[in-house]
Design a protein around this ligand. Structure first.
Ligand code: TRP
Length: 459
């Protein structure tokens, strides 16, 4: 018996440690900011239905696949792909890099939204909570060219400093305390939102699928959200898996992580979507507010609440921590790719990513102000980068990973890897999804995204 499994406690902490580390990275702005606005934009209930169908089939299978591939090879994505590349499969050489680029695209705008959170936190501390709830406050903020860039730098600077100083463990430990508070707070606010007059229509919109709102873009958006929120489809979990102890139950860990991530996203939806209906004064187009949805709606909820300023401040502080643990994990992923593959020092890699995130983040911010004339397929610069990462590159990377597994590594090897530490109840679903279902859906999603970018389908 291995040392850690000889006492129940050691084994538990191996499992729990893994789940908490991945959950800290997975739960972030994807759940609280991105999920509600996409659900609102893509038809509410129908988006939710498609999201759950995808989550239970290939979402689950992809997490298991990446994690077990990492644990089996003990390599990062670039290394894992390269170790299987040969004359027959030369595409695998670039496959790893394709994965590694995704977090480099996400980091800049992730920190921009993180900056918006810091700005709101600041408003709530300095007595600006009432102003923040007024119409036009948010638009005034993001269209002013300098202010959002300033807050972006603050958030990005915090993330980079934490990585440079190597204190990410401390932040993660703090966030283990913050996470339950965030859950309780989100629950309270969600109940409050749902009981406002007029909120019923929002709850119905969120939960009841309206099939007339279905289009291929619903699938594209839900699939992109799955990738973003679970940090899957870009090789992140290959890295996490490579640090996983051999006695951790992969399936149980996957289910727990998926459950936590989905719970936070659902709660955020319950906080925001009914409130949009209740506070928009009957304006149904308000659900289409895009990336600004939470920033426009949530302050109105707090403004109408007893102790709203205090609860609002607590809320933004918790979201800040959730976002920070995620941005740390994104930056860490980028830095470790650069240090491993290009033999850069950590400092050099961090500085490089810092400037890269400024170079790409500032245009995202200006895309709402001075550069708002730049758009492709009706998307702002931020939306374009987001679409490129989660709807074009992630499906492509996930497809490559499925092919790598079924054609080169051999799916049985991963099944054996998973079974070496626990039973594998979803074995047949896993086999079917990785070999057949995921490649078909991913190809479809990838082609639709490209078609949408070229203007053939409306996003
Ligand atoms: N999943 C996180 C969220 O929902 C974002 C995230 C964390 C991420 N780590 C990542 C995204 C790595 C891309 C790559 O907020």
């Amino acid at each position: 018996m291995s040392q850690s499994s000889s006492s129940g406690r050691g084994l538990f902490s191996g499992n729990l440690g893994y789940v908490l580390a991945v959950a800290g990275s997975a739960v972030g702005l994807g759940n609280i900011w991105r999920f509600p606005y996409l659900a609102a934009k893509y038809g509410g209930g129908i988006f939710l239905l498609v999201y759950f169908l995808l989550l239970f089939t290939f979402g689950y299978a992809l997490i298991m696949a990446e994690t077990s591939l990492g644990r089996n090879t003990r390599l990062s994505p670039v290394g894992a792909y390269r170790s299987f590349a040969d004359k027959q499969h030369p595409f695998l050489k670039i496959g790893g890099w394709l994965n590694a680029i995704v977090p480099m695209i996400i980091l800049p705008y992730y920190c921009l939204i993180g900056g918006w959170i810091v700005k709101y936190m600041f408003e709530y501390v300095t007595g600006g909570s009432t102003a923040a709830a007024t119409d036009g406050f948010f638009v005034g903020f993001i269209t002013s060219n300098f202010t959002p860039v300033f807050w972006h730098l603050i958030f990005l600077g915090c993330t980079a400093l934490i990585i440079l100083k190597g204190v990410e463990k401390g932040v993660e430990r703090a966030s283990v305390v913050m996470m339950p508070i965030l859950l309780i707070l989100a629950f309270v606010v969600a109940v409050y939102s749902m009981t406002r007059p007029g909120a019923g229509a929002g709850i119905a919109y969120y939960l009841i699928p309206d099939f007339s709102k279905f289009s291929i873009m619903t699938v594209v958006a839900a699939c992109g959200q799955l990738f973003f929120s679970l940090s899957v489809g870009m090789g992140i979990l290959i890295t996490y898996g490579s640090y996983m102890k051999k006695d951790v139950d992969v399936e149980k860990a996957t289910i727990r992580i998926g459950f936590m991530d989905t719970t936070v996203a659902m709660l955020a939806g319950f906080m925001i979507i009914p409130a949009v209906f209740a506070f928009s004064g009957g304006d149904a187009t308000a659900v289409n507010a895009g990336p600004g949805l939470m920033f426009i709606t949530i302050p109105k909820v707090f403004a109408s609440m007893g102790m709203g300023t205090f609860i609002g401040l607590a809320f933004f502080v918790m979201v800040f921590f959730a976002a920070l643990t995620s941005s740390i994990s994104i930056l860490e992923t980028c830095v470790s790719t650069l240090t491993d593959e290009l033999k850069w020092s950590r400092k050099r890699a961090t500085m490089f990513m810092f400037f890269e995130a400024i170079a790409l983040g500032v245009p995202c911010s200006l895309g709402f102000g001075a550069w708002d004339f730049i758009s492709i397929a009706g998307l702002s610069i931020l939306d374009m980068m987001d679409f490129l990462a989660s709807s074009i590159l992630c499906p492509l990377c996930a497809l490559l990973t499925c092919l790598l597994i079924s054609r080169v590594v051999g799916i049985q090897k991963l099944i054996d890897e998973i079974k070496s530490s626990s039973a594998f109840r979803g074995e047949n679903i896993f086999r079917f999804c990785v070999t057949y279902l995921a490649p078909v859906i991913l190809t479809l999603v990838f082609l639709s995204s490209v078609a949408a970018t070229l203007g053939f389908i409306k996003i």
